[in-house]
Design a protein around this ligand. Structure first.
Ligand code: NAD
Length: 473
């Protein structure tokens, strides 16, 4: 048996194993009905979360931490099932990568420890700023991280003393609602409190609207695309808006090109490019462009498209609606080989990414695709690259990445792009604590300025003053 035949046999075995796991998980996938925080209508979900918040706020901080510990355990115990459910329900992403995302959320989402107290003590007494809960939070979750966002938000919001009502993406409601049920199981096991997180069985635009306008919702947190960000900002309530990005990655002539190629493809293909932080287009200094493309193709399972094939790809993965191009949802988060099949190319299932050279104005470079597709734009210098990256980032101020060994170039890029996340010399996911230092989050609020949200983001400041006493200096 030669090397190619051996590779084919291995691929076939892996495919069969994946199919077997998938069938097994689907068989044991829970029927998600009402109960454990899931309600028929949003009004009931809000009322239940409101009552639960009164109880939660009376409990000691240690109790919140006990709930969070249980949530972490539930995520770890159900990570395979949740990953399978999400891929099955949405048709997007990769089971293996979604398992890793659940591990990340369980292990690295911070709890009460990140809520800090500020104090002044002196002749006139003691003044402290304490961070307290808003009350009941209304949270909107995306189809791209349907359970990860629920767990991440729930941990942070409960740590801050809030309860939360979710209105999840209708295409991922089963997975998101199962996650809400697990959060409630955790809270019940930790001490009998129920409805710390609630949701509606069949979320709709109407249930979302009710949440946006409801007088018992004190804070809105939206994770999703431009539509929901706009809705939150226009709601008249305090809102945290975690919206879309179109993260560029710039490679200059001082980078380790072989490593840059590997890091970029690993980042851009993680969960088939669904993460909002993932590399969405490459800008490379001409001097090293051929080398970068060579390593992407020869060592990182990339398929290079040329000429008319690029045009065909454009016609396939984008559709026209009301005179503008929008992504064809049939291809969002799909494997590169599936997308290639859509344009009549048979490529091995192991193909990780589709790459092609493009002009900086090419629609596939300008649009956020969320597919394992990378347009590569050549520039003459790092300065030109920074200018191009700034335009392609689209003013989202979300994420931008760079490969370089010149600290001055890195600094210039960081200042110019001004994004919530800036990863240097690593895959984009290092920016949310996966292979990089720092905590994890699945809600990155660049528009409203919180950046990587955690429990502290879901608190409000309260000044507490004791005059002429309690200073013991
Ligand atoms: P989406 O915008 O289609 O949906 C997100 C959520 O918003 C869903 O619950 C949906 O029902 C709701 N929604 C959509 N339009 C709305 C409107 N006009 N009014 C009220 N609610 C509305 O996004 P998606 O496809 O599920 O997720 C992918 C998008 O989310 C990408 O643009 C991605 O960049 C972004 N995202 C951002 C972050 C972040 O932390 N910044 C994280 C994950 C995803």
């Amino acid at each position: 048996m030669n090397e190619v035949e051996l590779k084919q046999v291995v691929e076939e075995v892996v495919r069969k194993m994946a199919a077997a796991t998938s069938t097994k998980a689907q068989k044991s996938a829970p029927e998600v009905g009402t109960g454990k925080g899931v309600f028929e209508n949003i009004e009931d979900a809000i009322a239940a979360a409101k009552a639960a918040q009164v109880d939660l706020h009376m409990m000691p901080l240690e109790f919140r931490e006990n709930i969070i510990t249980r949530i972490r355990e539930k995520v770890m115990a159900n990570k395979e099932l949740l990953a399978e459910m999400a891929v099955h329900e949405t048709g997007m992403g990769k089971v293996g990568h979604k398992i890793l995302k659940h591990e990340l959320v369980a292990k690295k989402t911070p709890g009460t420890e990140c809520i800090e107290v500020t104090a002044w003590s002196g002749d006139q007494g003691l003044t402290i700023i304490e961070r307290g809960p808003f009350g009941v939070v209304g949270a909107i979750t995306p189809s791209t991280n349907p359970s990860e966002t629920v767990f991440c938000n729930a941990i942070g919001m409960i740590a801050a003393g809030n309860t939360v009502v979710f209105n999840s993406h209708p295409n991922a409601a089963k997975t998101s609602n199962f996650a809400v049920q697990l959060v409630n199981e955790a809270a019940e096991e930790a001490g009998g409190i129920t409805n710390v997180a609630t949701t509606v069985l069949n979320p709709t635009a109407d249930s979302g609207n009710t949440l946006f306008k409801h007088p018992d919702i004190q804070l809105l947190v939206a994770t999703g695309g431009p539509g929901v960000v706009k809705a939150i900002l226009q709601s008249g309530k305090r809102g945290i808006a975690a919206g879309a990005g179109n993260p560029p990655v710039l490679v200059d002539e001082t980078a380790n090109i072989q490593k840059a190629a590997q890091d970029i493809i690993n980042g851009a293909t993680f969960d088939n490019n669904l993460p909002c932080i993932a590399e969405k287009e490459v800008i490379v200094v001409n001097e090293v462009a051929d080398e970068l493309i060579y390593y992407m193709a020869s060592e990182n399972d990339c398929y290079i498209l040329k000429g008319e094939q690029i045009e065909k790809l454009t016609q396939t993965v984008l559709v026209e609606k009301n005179g503008r191009h929008i992504v064809n949802r049939d291809y969002v988060g799909r494997d590169a080989s599936v997308i290639l099949k859509g344009i009549g190319i048979d490529a091995p299932e192991s193909t990780k990414c589709i790459i092609f050279e493009a002009d900086k104005n090419h629609i596939l470079v300008v649009e956020e695709l969320m597919m394992p597709i990378l347009g590569i734009v050549r520039v003459n210098s790092v300065d030109e690259g920074i200018e191009v990256a700034k335009i392609l980032e689209g003013g989202n101020r979300h994420s931008a990445h760079m490969h370089s060994s010149n600290v001055y170039n890195l600094t210039k890029y960081g200042k110019a792009l001004d994004t919530a996340i800036f990863v240097k010399n690593a895959p984009s996911y290092a920016g949310i604590g996966f292979g990089g230092e720092g905590f994890a989050t699945f809600t990155i609020a660049s528009k409203t300025g919180e950046g990587l949200t955690n429990a502290a983001s879901f608190t409000k400041a309260r000044r507490c003053v004791m005059a002429d006493a309690l200073y013991i200096r």
